[in-house]
Ligand binder design. Structure first.
Ligand code: GLN
Length: 451
């Protein structure tokens, strides 16, 4: 047995050795980490199961005294005066944060290439992206720099990088985890969750971060079960639905093969498998790319060069201050989203775009609820392809199409987990498992049986 200090020191040395190349961290915090490790070692015996466990936080979680950049030049100088609820809870559980991980700017992206701090390499293949937006968290876990990391998922940002990096990533039900202190992208979709090697590790981490928080009115007042209790429950009789629309055109045949093989394992464990239709799937990407940028344009209005973050040099007047601070502070994709969002929310376009998208969102949610009347879980790929090459997707729409299997889940508010399901051409593939609202224990149970 070794101490948390020894473990922390060895991981810090690994980060030092490998992360110059990988670029999975924006900020490493050795002093704070060693102090937390010593505190955990001192509390031995009375401490919980996570005491002394090292981990990393996506750089979107506010942390007292440590920079929180959201991957943006806008917040390159921002040090929050408080901890996010997730951070507070992880500290209380005795975990040891080694630092803040790289991400797409304001969590907008599917490849981590939109970061002000540069792209992250996929640890399995240095010419591939790690996925995004929680690409740094996924890469850090896959490279063995930390055993676990926290991510956020607005349209796939936990599940898709987990799939690309061959780890396990869980997006909880909307409202399961407090969003307080998490830099907002699209508030009706954002949700934080764990990324780790196994479902068992994710179960422990979810137990630590879930629960009602009076500081987030959308967090749900509902007890937090022990998510490890059901992990070993047998799967015989489990009803698995395969959404027809998740196995259609655009799905890489090798990814399909890997996913279908994984599903056969469940059949051998006694599950039954049948196809089911989610007829509105087709509208998920357009609806999401109206709703998410609309909410983002509102959330990002606060970065005005006055109260937070980047301020331009020598502004001529207030308008000049706003304009130049925002033009300099926000990257290209973020500016594109703000433009889309302000457009769809503007008078004359609101009914045609935003209102319509909200109506479609309702239909997408109903598709899932109907399916869960018949099935315990749904299964499919987390992404239509394995990790693509760095620099391969040049136009924004081809990047948006990447999110085809993850985005509807956020629109519906249901939980989803991506589990490693083999490799295609040396790059990992993820099996995605979906459940109805608050079915996290079930998802973790089903994921665990595969591992
Ligand atoms: N790729 C999606 C987007 O760019 C989802 C990102 C996320 O989940 N944060 O919006």
């Amino acid at each position: 047995e070794f101490s948390s200090r020894e473990l922390t020191e060895s991981l810090l040395a690994r980060i030092e050795r490998h992360d110059g190349d990988l670029n999975s961290f924006i900020t490493v915090t050795p002093e704070q980490a060693l102090a937390a490790a010593d505190a955990a070692d001192g509390a031995r015996g009375e401490a919980g199961p996570l005491a002394g466990v090292p981990l990393a936080l996506k750089d979107i979680f506010c942390t007292t005294g440590v920079k929180t950049s959201a991957g943006s030049r806008m917040l390159d100088n921002f040090v929050a005066p408080y901890d996010a609820t997730v951070v507070e809870k992880l500290k209380a559980a005795g975990t040891v944060s080694l630092g803040k991980t790289n991400m797409d700017e304001f969590a907008m992206g599917s490849s981590n290439e939109n970061s002000f701090y540069g792209p992250v390499k996929n640890p399995w293949d240095g010419s591939a992206v790690p996925g995004g937006s929680s690409g740094g968290s996924a890469a850090a876990v896959a490279a063995g720099l930390v055993p676990a990391a926290m991510g956020t998922d607005t349209g796939g940002s936990i599940r898709q990088p987990a799939a690309f990096c061959g780890i396990t990533g869980l997006k909880p039900t909307y409202g399961r985890v407090s969003r307080y202190g998490i830099i907002a992208y699209a508030s009706s979709l954002d949700q934080a969750g764990p990324m780790a090697r196994t479902a068992e590790d994710c179960a422990r981490l979810l137990g630590a971060i879930a629960g009602h928080d009076p500081r987030d009115s959308t967090s749900v007042a509902r007890g937090v079960p022990d998510y490890t209790e059901e992990l070993a429950a047998p799967l015989s009789g489990l009803k698995i639905g395969l959404p027809t629309e998740y196995f259609g055109e655009g799905l890489d045949p090798d990814v399909e093969r890997a996913v279908r093989e994984a599903i056969r394992v469940y059949e051998s464990l006694g599950a039954t498998v049948r196809e089911v239709s989610l007829p509105h799937t087709h509208y998920a990407i357009p609806a999401y790319y109206v709703i998410a940028p609309a909410e983002a344009s509102s959330n990002l209005a606060r970065y005005d060069g006055v109260r937070f973050g980047h301020r331009c040099d020598a502004p001529a007047d207030l308008t000049d201050l706003y304009k130049r601070s925002r033009a300099e502070g926000f990257g290209e994709e973020v500016q594109r989203r703000i433009l889309m969002g302000t457009h769809t929310l503007s008078e004359g376009f609101f009914d045609a775009y935003y209102k319509k998208a909200q109506q479609v969102r309702r239909l997408i949610r109903q598709d899932f609820l109907d399916a869960f009347d018949e099935f315990d879980v749904l299964m499919g790929p987390a992404s239509p392809t394995p990790a693509f090459d760095l620099g391969a997707k040049k136009d924004p729409v081809s990047m948006y199409l990447q999110d085809i299997y993850t985005i509807a889940i956020n629109l519906a508010g249901i939980p989803g987990i991506s589990v490693p399901a083999g490799f295609v051409g040396g790059r990992p593939v993820g099996l995605q498992i979906l459940g109805t609202h608050f079915a996290e224990a079930r998802l973790l149970n089903v994921a665990h049986q595969f591992q």
